[in-house]
Design a protein around this ligand. Structure first.
Ligand code: SF4
Length: 271
């Protein structure tokens, strides 16, 4: 058992009734901190591991009101557990549960392991949504506590990966191979991004990599690029590297579903 007392997690969002972060109706808990810095990141406020303050302005009846909000709050395992348990009935009815996302949740390994263990004790279905760019040693303790891994795969070309995320992809690919060998439940999520991997060659390469893995991939989710990150970058005063790039429509990803389907994968658009 992990020592749950004194272990706190820095969390920047808790989303109830999430339906795209694993099976059924879920609560998604977003942990702060990510080693990557993807150009298209839709949670840019989650990249910095430290909390920060942000001054929010709201227009009410032609008058501006302002207040300061904290992005990133330290919660104990018990506090998070009691929040996620509020929706137990919905998880049970829908086959859902709790997903830990980010940022990169494995950047807070002690808290993640402790909250996963607490969820397991309560009989909740648990999923971990990972970028995969994290030292191998952090996966081992959570393997018996995680019912499903949502593993992001972005590109097979190391240089292109580095140009758009800050790091090459070797660690990610080797962690995916490692998890596959461990026979855990794995869903692979591919963000489809214009000017990065939005083409059939890159999708085919990723499909072939997945085919080469020893274990089964339960499902491949193709996630169309959307522009939520743009408004967040503006709100938090961060640089917007995707300025003017329009969102992709689901239909634009249809040819890619064939790439995976025709090679034996179950595939969705949007997760
Ligand atoms: S891995 Fe996810 S959270 Fe991290 S920078 Fe990329 S898109 Fe953002």
């Amino acid at each position: 058992m992990f020592p749950v007392f004194a272990v706190k997690g820095i969390i920047f969002n808790i989303k109830r009734f999430a339906v795209h972060d694993g099976p059924g109706i879920r609560t998604t808990v977003f942990l702060k901190g990510c080693p990557l810095s993807c150009r298209w990141c839709h949670n840019p406020e989650g990249i910095d591991p430290k909390p920060f303050l942000y001054h929010k302005k709201v227009l009410v009846d032609s008058e501006w009101f302002g207040h300061t909000e904290e992005v990133g709050v330290a919660y104990s395992v018990d506090e998070v557990l009691s929040m996620v348990l509020r929706d137990r009935v919905f998880y049970e009815e829908s086959g859902g549960g709790v997903t830990f996302s980010g940022g990169e949740p494995l950047l807070q390994p002690e808290f993640l392991a402790a909250i996963l263990e607490a969820c397991k004790r309560e009989g909740l279905h648990t999923a971990v949504d990972t970028s995969g760019h994290i030292s191998r040693q952090y996966f081992d303790p959570i393997l018996p506590l995680t019912r499903l891994f949502l593993f992001d795969l972005k590109h097979c070309d190391p240089l292109k990966h580095q140009q758009s995320t800050g790091f090459t992809n070797e660690l990610i690919l080797s962690n995916l191979q490692y998890l596959s060998k461990k026979n855990v439940s794995l869903r692979v999520r591919i963000p489809v991004i214009p000017l990065f991997n939005h083409n059939e060659n890159d999708m085919t390469e990723m499909m072939m990599f997945l085919q080469s893995l020893p274990g089964k991939i339960e499902q491949v989710d193709l996630l169309p690029y959307h522009t939520l990150g743009n408004s967040k970058n503006k709100r938090f005063g961060m640089p917007n590297l995707m300025e003017g790039v329009p969102a992709l429509k689901k239909e634009e990803l249809l040819p890619y579903t064939d790439v995976f389907k025709n090679n034996g994968f179950k595939v969705t658009i949007g997760g």
